[in-house]
Design a protein around this ligand. Structure first.
Ligand code: ZN
Length: 498
């Protein structure tokens, strides 16, 4: 049994780490939402210093030894052993990096983000390219310090989704390609749905007022949540009772802010619902990127795009936009919400063509790290793949290679989890529908009943179990891609009368 002194040191260490993590998280949210760009150089240097301090705390050799002892200590309870193991694994993977290089990387990532934003605004990939090259090099270097025999990109994939690798993702995307590509082709040839009314002028300040109703409907409570605006919507948090979401209002697009709001609240609700017993420690995080995305997509698509979800909300939306929506029936509105048309921008993509956007990014990342694609060929490769998979011509880099923020901080291996999360969500939804009448609950405005199911079967566990285990406990079987493919085929065949 581990000594009391060591256990106390471990608890103090968690507290010290969480204080720095909280500060860095708030500074990060501030940077991406309201902070004036002029101050970024000053802020970024100090942020890097704080990140360095956190790094020093996290990699204290004495703590690493204590964690190694704790993770195998049979006298400790399961929660504590699991937490010790996850901390130990994380520290093993970062402590091999020299601190000065770690801090320099933080400075680079901040500059790279600024360059990405500038490049996107000016539609000029060449502004971002030199930074991206440096980011790729630094990621390669950091992974090389691990001295692992595992392939570089496989390590990256595993960091975002433990247990996943190229072999599994290749099989996953092959299954998607086989059934979705013919379906998308049939839809392209079918009679199209008119959704032009969604792209009239929708005053952003009125959109914001409707968002307040939407947030209340979703039970996103100002006691623990706050929504802001940003360029690229995301969610961040410091603890279960401080979850921040963001959205972006477009004057000529009604659905963009609504669905990014529903999506991000899905992420925030997951974090909020994790057992309070885990607060401040590693167990109080969503278990993987795919699992996180499964919750946001479940909110956004599997619940948020149904007729039942809008039963009580649509009349409120019509009251906010009487001129634009007075002649639009509920049925027409729901069809428009679910239109499938191959498009340029991932975050605006419909449910059905969405995984093809991910496939483009997955193949590019694989190529970047096996050396078959060079950073200077990225823009051309991107445009070619979009033509090949989605049949669209990319007009400029802001709607192409520069549309996503992820590569600016070197989050390679992240994108595939978006598609995987959508597939997890289908399997959860299938299980939820067996347990309760989801549509009846939604028609009565009881979104909270769906949230309760998710909390009991998924959210409360945080990182206590692996994603695969949670999937098995909640649905009675391991991951099965067919729930996702069946759902899409059924839904879109009905919608387009195929
Ligand atoms: Zn998301």
């Amino acid at each position: 049994m581990i000594s009391e002194t060591k256990l106390q040191k471990y608890k103090d260490w968690i507290f010290r780490s969480s204080a720095y993590s909280m500060a860095l998280s708030i500074i990060g949210i501030d940077k991406l939402t309201v902070a004036p760009p002029g101050g970024s150089a000053y802020r970024d240097e100090r942020t890097a210093f704080l990140a360095g301090e956190l790094f020093s705390i996290q990699t204290e050799p004495e703590i690493f030894a204590i964690l190694a002892e704790m993770k195998d200590d049979e006298d400790l309870d399961g929660d504590t052993r699991r937490a010790a193991y996850l901390y130990w694994k994380h520290i093993r993977d970062i402590s091999c990096i020299p601190k000065d290089e770690f801090v320099a990387a933080d400075v680079l990532m901040n500059k790279s983000y600024d360059a990405w934003l500038k490049a996107k605004n000016e539609k000029d990939y060449s502004i971002f390219e030199p930074y991206l090259k440096q980011v790729i090099d630094i990621r390669k270097k950091f992974y090389s310090y691990r001295n692992s025999d595992t392939d570089l990109y496989d390590q990256m994939l595993d960091d975002f989704e433990p247990g996943m690798n190229r072999e599994k993702y290749d099989a996953f995307f092959a299954a998607l390609r086989e059934r979705l590509v013919p379906l998308i082709r049939r839809i392209t040839e079918a009679e199209q749905i008119d959704d032009a009314f969604m792209y009239q002028n929708y005053d952003p300040s009125t959109q914001k007022k409707f968002t307040d109703h939407l947030l209340a409907y979703l039970h996103f409570d100002s006691e623990w949540g706050y929504q802001n605006e940003t360029e690229h919507p995301f969610t961040s948090w410091t603890c279960e009772n401080d979850c921040r979401t963001t959205t972006k209002y477009l004057a000529d697009n009604l659905s963009s802010a609504m669905f990014s709001t529903i999506h991000e609240v899905g992420h925030a609700t997951y974090e909020h619902d994790i057992s309070p017993a885990y607060d401040g420690m590693i167990l109080s995080e969503g278990v993987s990127s795919g699992m996180h995305e499964s919750q946001s997509r479940l909110f956004e698509n599997y619940l948020g795009r149904t007729e039942a979800f809008w039963t009580t909300l649509y009349p409120v939306l019509q009251e906010h936009f009487p001129e634009q929506l007075k002649d639009v029936s509920m049925e027409k509105f729901i069809s428009a919400m679910n239109v499938s048309v191959p498009s340029l921008v991932r975050t605006e993509a419909d449910e059905l063509t969405y995984p093809l956007h991910i496939m483009v990014r997955y193949e590019i990342e694989k190529g970047l790290f096996d050396g078959t694609i060079a950073p200077e060929d990225l823009e051309e490769t991107w445009n070619r793949k979009y033509k090949e998979y989605l049949g669209v011509d990319v007009p400029d880099a802001s709607k192409g290679i520069l549309q996503d923020v992820h590569w600016s901080d070197g989050s390679f291996g992240y994108f595939p989890t978006y598609a995987l999360g959508s597939a997890f969500a289908a399997q959860f939804m299938h299980a939820m529908r067996k347990d309760m009448d989801v549509d009846a609950a939604l028609r009565e405005g009881r979104f909270d009943l769906c949230v309760s199911w998710l909390k009991d079967h998924i959210h409360k566990y945080g990182c206590r179990y692996d994603a695969e285990e949670i999937l098995r406990m909640a649905t009675g079987e391991g991951f099965n891609v067919n729930y996702y493919l069946d759902y899409l085929e059924e839904k879109y065949s009905a919608l387009y009368h195929l």
